[in-house]
Every structure is written in structure tokens, then in C-alpha cells.
Design a protein around this ligand. Structure first.
Ligand SMILES: CC(=O)SCCNC(=O)CCNC(=O)[C@H](O)C(C)(C)COP(=O)(O)OP(=O)(O)OC[C@H]1O[C@@H](n2cnc3c(N)ncnc32)[C@H](O)[C@@H]1OP(=O)(O)O
Length: 418
């Protein structure tokens, strides 16, 4: 028997091969989910023991925390080594006694030691992670509506064709296309790592939410080359008189207007379907600009990927800036003091590398590391945070200049859940 929680001292413990399954079981319990003992293979492949830890009492896991080693696209297209933080749980009897705080501190120091400039996560509840410097950097759009109200404008052109293919055929076509397309989308992640695509297209029965298996769609251009792809599930609904079934779109990737329009038309025109839902679209998904009735594209805007700047200088150097900039940022980071201080950021504008150096001069703009993470991918403007007094401007015009330079043409988007 374990001691009573109030008499126990949980110890920070790393996962080993023979404690991995109990750790995963504790993760499932922490999320109020069922543990699937026969489906641990993918987790075993993607979780490294030296990034998987928690707290244990007498060998029993009472808290869990982990990170996947990923690469995040930042403005300008570089892929930056990034900790993808996940599986954070504290067993209910051990809540609110600081275990999460201890794990977050420990993990951030580890990420810094590894030389990863950024950490990211999806928050189960949006109140949790701001205190640790994670800012909501990617906003996601949940799009939904009645498929039959979504006729395209008369001039919208489609060309080529769409096919549904096997998972194997899909991976062969989508993986190289994704590699080509993702650099123009800050917030997206490489899937080239250990079983990256298996993770991105995980399709066990218990993740389907009562819908069909994952279906794989490819768009071909007029010459027969794949130039877009999408995934979806079909969810049967019947209101008694008529079908009310839904197409649940996982992701849709296409840059060419004809591929983008062709994929949407295919998904919206599926027989037996009356409703559609895209759970994590980019906020600048242009579907509403394609249809006659823009209001028929219902849009809900939610927080998506959170970004934590772990190494200010490396992170600021890794991205590019949309306009010339010469600014001293005063950064405050109570958890990682090496980030605190004044950083002079100079950039020549679009595409040019930035210079970042620690300086003693007075800052032009002061901000917390949470605010820096929030604006880092270009999704939220520095001027928006300034308007609500979350950043301080010391030099008139400095916020406006930095705001323009940090902004991106394409909204950051993250279709990768972890
Ligand atoms: C990236 C991911 O994996 S997201 C998944 C997060 N996990 C879950 O949602 C699973 C269910 N929840 C849990 O397991 C736990 O409640 C956790 C992990 C969220 C919090 O763990 P705890 O050990 O209780 O957190 P800890 O005691 O360190 O709390 C630190 C502070 O955060 C606050 N806090 C913690 N969780 C929450 C929450 N869900 N909502 C609001 N405040 C919270 C605490 O009140 C405390 O505030 P204080 O410092 O002002 O007193």
C-alpha cells in the first residue's frame, strides 16, 4: 500500500523500459481516458526515455510529463528544433501541491540544456500554462456549416481531379508535398522524424469519436501531379426524416487555388453529407472568399499551439522579419533568467538574417517572455498586446515598427496535435 497522499513525498523519476507502460497508463488516467495496452507501439517509438518523466511514490506514478523532439517552422521558413510538450498530468489526489510547477521548471531547464530555442504545447485548459511563459501563438479556426449552402462563386476555377487513395499511396504522395508546402506556413511541424506521419494520421478506433476510419484524399493537377491533400472522417447522423451526416475534415493542404478549391468542392459535395467541420483550420483559411454565401461558413476562433521561447537570442535569430528593424527589447523571464535582459535586434527586412546581441542600453520596448512567445510566429501583433498594456513602449514608434516586422503574410497554422 502507498502512504496516504498527504504523508508521501513524490520523487522526480525518469521512465525506463520496464516502467513505460505503467507511465502511459498514468497518462491515460490523468486525462480521464482508457488505457489501451495493445496500442503502445507508436508511443514507445516516439517517446524517448530521457524526455519522459514524472513523479512517483513507491514506484507508482502520480504525475507525468514528456516532450517529443520536433522541428517547428518559423517565419522565413526555417525548421527550428523544438520541444513538443505533452502528456502533462498530475494524479487527482496529488493536485495543487506544486507537482506541475516542479515538472515545468525541470523540463524547461532540460530543453535549454538541449539547445532547443523553443518549446510548444497544446493546452487542455487555457488557464494552465501562461504562468510558465507559454503564449498562445497560433490561433485556430473551427469552420463548420451546411454543405449545401456552400456553392462557389461563378468564377472559381477547379482543374485536374481528386482521388481517394490507400493510406500507403497517400503517404507516398503527401509526405513530399508536405515537405514542400510547410516552409511557407509558420507553426507547422516537420513529420520526417521517428514515425512522424504515423503520429499525424493516427487512426485507432478510440480516437475516431464515433466517426469512420480516416480517409485519404489527393488532388492532382491537370498534368496528373499531386498538388494537394486532405484527410477526413464520415460521421453518420440521422434526424429521422433525412440524413444530417457530417464530413469531419482533419487537414487540407494546397497552395494552388485550383487544388484548394478542388479539395473543398470534393469534401463539400460528398453524397449523404449535409454538414462539414474543420477542427483546426488556419485563421486565414479562405473558404469564405470562395463561396457565394460567406456567412454560411461558421467560424469559431480558439487558442491553438502555445509557444515558449526558451532561448531568446537563438529564437530571434532563427526567424526573419517583414521590415527593417533596429530595436532593443527588454525581456523578463523569471523561470529562465538567462533570457532576461536587453536584446538588440537588428534586421534588414524580408528574408535577411537578424543580428541579436545582449546590450546595456535602455530598452525601446519591455515585455515578458509570455508576450514574446505570443507574437513570435506572427499570429498576434505586438501592437495588440500594447493596446492592452501587456507590453511597455519606452521609445515612441518602437512598438509599431516591431509589430510590422514581426508580422507574417500567412497566419501561423498548426495542424499537428500532440
Ligand atoms: C501539454 C499538456 O499535456 S496539456 C494537459 C494538462 N493536463 C490535464 O489537463 C490533465 C488534468 N489535470 C491535471 O492533471 C492537473 O490538474 C494539472 C497538471 C493541470 C495541474 O497540476 P498541479 O500539480 O495541480 O499544478 P500545480 O499545483 O503545480 O499548480 C500551479 C498553479 O497552477 C494553477 N493551476 C493548475 N492547474 C490549473 C487549471 N487546470 N486551471 C487553473 N489553474 C490551474 C494552480 O492553482 C496553481 O496556482 P497558484 O500557483 O496560484 O497556487
Amino acid at each position: 500500500m502507498s502512504p496516504a497522499p498527504h504523508l508521501s513525498t513524490p520523487e522526480l523519476t525518469y521512465v525506463e523500459d520496464d516502467t513505460f507502460d505503467p507511465w502511459l497508463r498514468a497518462v491515460a488516467r490523468g486525462f480521464q481516458e482508457e488505457f489501451h495496452a495493445d496500442e503502445t507501439g507508436l508511443d514507445r517509438a516516439v517517446f524517448a526515455n530521457d524526455r519522459s518523466f514524472g513523479f512517483a511514490v513507491d514506484g507508482r506514478w502520480v504525475a507525468t510529463c514528456g516532450a517529443l523532439s520536433r522541428a517547428l517552422v518559423v517565419p522565413g521558413g526555417a525548421s527550428v528544433p523544438t520541444a513538443a510538450v505533452t502528456v502533462v498530468t498530475v494524479h487527482a489526489p496529488y493536485r495543487r501541491r506544486g507537482l506541475l510547477t516542479a515538472m515545468m521548471r525541470h523540463q524547461l531547464e532540460d530543453v535549454a540544456r538541449r539547445g532547443e530555442p523553443l518549446a510548444t504545447l497544446w493546452a487542455s485548459e487555457s488557464l494552465i500554462y501562461g504562468r510558465f511563459g507559454y503564449g498562445p501563438a497560433v490561433t485556430r479556426a473551427v469552420l463548420s456549416g451546411q454543405t449545401r449552402k456552400l456553392d462557389f462563386l461563378p468564377d472559381v476555377r477547379t482543374a485536374g481531379s481528386v482521388d481517394e487513395v490507400t493510406r500507403e499511396e497517400f503517404l507516398a504522395l503527401a509526405a513530399p508535398l508536405h515537405e514542400r508546402l510547410r516552409s511557407s506556413r509558420p507553426g507547422t511541424m516537420a513529420r520526417t522524424g521517428e514515425r512522424g506521419w504515423d503520429f499525424a494520421t493516427y487512426d485507432a478506433e478510440h480516437v475516431r469519436g464515433g466517426a469512420s476510419e480516416l480517409r485519404h484524399v489527393v488532388h492532382y493537377d491537370e498534368a496528373g501531379q499531386a498538388d494537394g491533400f486532405a484527410t477526413y472522417r464520415y460521421k453518420e447522423e440521422d434526424d429521422g426524416a433525412e440524413t444530417a451526416s457530417e464530413v469531419r475534415i482533419g487537414e487540407l493542404w494546397a497552395e494552388e487555388p485550383t487544388a484548394h478549391a478542388g479539395l473543398w468542392r470534393y469534401l463539400l459535395d460528398l453524397d449523404l453529407v449535409r454538414r462539414f467541420r474543420l477542427r483546426s483550420g488556419p485563421v486565414d483559411e479562405p473558404l469564405r472568399l470562395l463561396v457565394r454565401d460567406a456567412r454560411a461558413v461558421g467560424t469559431q476562433v480558439l487558442d491553438g499551439l502555445y509557444v515558449r521561447v526558451v532561448d531568446v537570442a537563438a529564437a530571434l535569430r532563427a526567424r526573419t522579419y517583414a521590415a527593417p528593424l533596429d530595436v532593443v527589447l527588454g525581456v523578463d523571464d523569471p523561470l529562465l533568467p538567462a533570457n532576461s535582459g536587453r536584446w538588440r535586434l537588428t534586421a534588414a527586412g524580408q528574408g535577411a538574417a537578424a543580428t541579436v546581441e545582449r546590450v546595456d542600453t535602455e530598452p525601446d520596448v519591455s515585455l515578458g517572455v509570455l508576450e514574446l512567445g505570443t507574437v513570435y510566429l506572427g499570429g498576434t501583433r505586438l501592437s495588440e498586446l500594447h493596446r492592452v498594456a501587456r507590453v511597455t513602449e519606452h521609445t515612441p514608434g518602437a512598438v509599431a515598427a516591431a509589430s510590422v516586422a514581426f508580422a507574417t503574410d500567412r497566419a501561423p497554422w498548426c495542424p499537428d496535435f500532440f
